[in-house]
Design a protein around this ligand. Sequence first.
Ligand code: NAG
Ligand code: NAG
Ligand code: NAG
Ligand code: NAG
Ligand code: NAG
Ligand code: NAG
Ligand code: CU
Length: 610
Amino acid sequence: MVPDRMIATSSCRSAWLAAVAALLLSLCPSFGLAETTVKDFRVGWVLANPDGAFDRPTIGINGQWPIPQLTATVGDRMILNVHNDLGNASTSLHFHGFFQNGTNYMDGAVGVTQCAIPPGSSFTYDIVFEQPGTYWYHSHSGGQYMDGLRGAIVVHDPAGPYEGKYDKEIVLSISDWYHELSVDLIDQLINVENPTGAEPVPQAALINDTQNLSIPVMPDTTYLIRFVNIGGFAAQYIWFEGHSMRVVEVDGVWTEPADADMLYITPAQRYSVLLTTRSDTSANFALVSAMDEGLFDVIPEGQNSNVTAWLVYDATKPLPAPQPVNELEAFDDFDLVPVDGLAIFDHVDHSFSLEVQMDNLRDGANYAFFNDMTYVQPKVPSLYTALSVGGTNASSPIVYGSHTNTHVFKHNDVIELILNNGDDGRHPFHLHGHNFQVVHRSDEDGGIYIPDDLAASEFPRVPMRRDTVFVEGNGNFVIRFRADNPGVWLFHCHIEWHMDQGLVATFVEAPEALQALQVPESHLEACRAAGKPTAGNAAGNIKDVFDLKGENKPPGRLPEGFTAKGYVALFFSTVAALMGMAVITWYGLIDPNVKDRGAEHQPLISEDNE
Ligand SMILES: *[C@@H]1O[C@H](CO)[C@@H](O)[C@H](O)[C@H]1NC(C)=O
Ligand SMILES: *[C@@H]1O[C@H](CO)[C@@H](O)[C@H](O)[C@H]1NC(C)=O
Ligand SMILES: *[C@@H]1O[C@H](CO)[C@@H](O)[C@H](O)[C@H]1NC(C)=O
Ligand SMILES: *[C@@H]1O[C@H](CO)[C@@H](O)[C@H](O)[C@H]1NC(C)=O
Ligand SMILES: *[C@@H]1O[C@H](CO)[C@@H](O)[C@H](O)[C@H]1NC(C)=O
Ligand SMILES: *[C@@H]1O[C@H](CO)[C@@H](O)[C@H](O)[C@H]1NC(C)=O
Ligand SMILES: [Cu+2]
């Protein structure tokens, strides 16, 4: 392990030497000295077995897994040198929930703000933790974080509203665990042999990257417990036996306290709760996390969707098996109220809608769509396109490509995004670079959202804000935010499988205000090492930025009148009748040009896994 180096920020040190106390406090909000930490992370393969089944190849840092939790205080800076030791895969790190205001190129989104870091290359992230709360970091390269490259980040807030209202802090990640590598699972998912798009189902659930965890607690003590779902697919219901919780934070936003018995936490969401322990230490209590099986098409044999941990008051006493719960009914985050009281943006400058569908393309595999468009990574990261095509042309969505679902926003406009879910599953949507007000969310089967003044008059006065929110099956939500963070930001489903299937949109915010950004040399070097262009439109064309010839594309559409249902029926009857061989023949009939299905859906993942 390479020890972290810690140095005082020079501006703070001179303030210190000058002993100008007032200046010191204003420069360094965290009691004087904001710290700069330099870390070296070597990302490489290790073996791990968190669910007790068997050792599997897992992605660790500096030879260890679980990877380290990052802890900072508001104002601290972290310089993170990442070296890719994987040998056979590219990588990246995204710092989930941080706005990266003025540092868009540090957002870690491959194909958007950087090229994937190829094996053998290094890349430096330089981040000032300006927002307090619970966050996480993870690879943003095709499914890779589900192979283990994900960990919690905590940013302490000495000026926070709950400072002094709790005695101790506990950080608990929850996640799902697979026995196979993500690259292989993606290949099985996006495949002619899986025309319904059934997602791979995890083999196990984990709390803090393990099972049966003992959490030692003291009596009569108030804990701030920070939960972060670092999983890739399963949302989880989580509850304590014999204790109740008061929610005080969601996704980095402090909220007024709200009592909860059970939480529902989707991948990428965070909750902090206050929990006061009992006076009596005669028994220990279970903490149960149960994966939402409603998302699973099948439950694999031997899978236990639940994982248990215990609040341990007395290590000599037994750890009781959890009691079954009749109904999984979780706290509704919609009613939370941010402590800062930020009122609803009631004047909207730009409203638009995205409709979610899942459907098949010509290669027979199942994809995900926003407004009939499945996302394919452009050849040039979209930020680099914005910076190289220049001022006015950067405001045209065309230059970002025909398959990136690009929307361009004007600086400081209030944006309203209406999301209509045409799929019957729940999806957790995440916006980079912002949190957003959730002004409306329908129940399941709420259908298409129809704007009307009466409904709008019933929106909450101070809406809940967060950076990841789920939509109900066949339902809708309406979110609002101000486009006050010039940059290129992804909006995507945080179910990693759906992201790989293309459920991604690109928001280009105030591109004219971005033009002064200087992308660090180590970032451009990663592209060069990978043989990727760093300038031009989505196709890498710099001469005529409106010419997209050669851009990455998804497989073609199914022929007119050829419905997905018919396709699926045909698939299964073909398999049943002719056992496999026929599939190949029939597959050839669909598109004689397609010889290799791997190559056909390659554009979706080519940046990430080579
Ligand atoms: C946790 O306990 C359960 C029940 O005893 C057991 O099946 C499982 O293997 C344990 N997990 C680990 C990682 O030891
Ligand atoms: C990459 O290397 C790991 C560790 O050796 C191995 O388990 C995995 O199968 C390899 N992946 C590919 C795509 O070759
Ligand atoms: C949970 O994991 C974090 C990070 O690995 C570790 O610091 C912490 O001690 C763990 N919590 C418990 C209760 O074991
Ligand atoms: C998981 O927990 C739920 C809720 O208590 C229960 O209904 C279910 O039977 C549990 N599953 C297992 C495998 O124990
Ligand atoms: C980004 O910084 C600008 C200038 O300080 C500020 O006006 C804006 O609100 C910030 N945006 C976000 C999302 O933090
Ligand atoms: C916009 O792109 C067109 C086509 O490539 C080019 O002719 C024009 O000069 C560009 N405009 C600016 C302001 O760069
Ligand atoms: Cu989804």
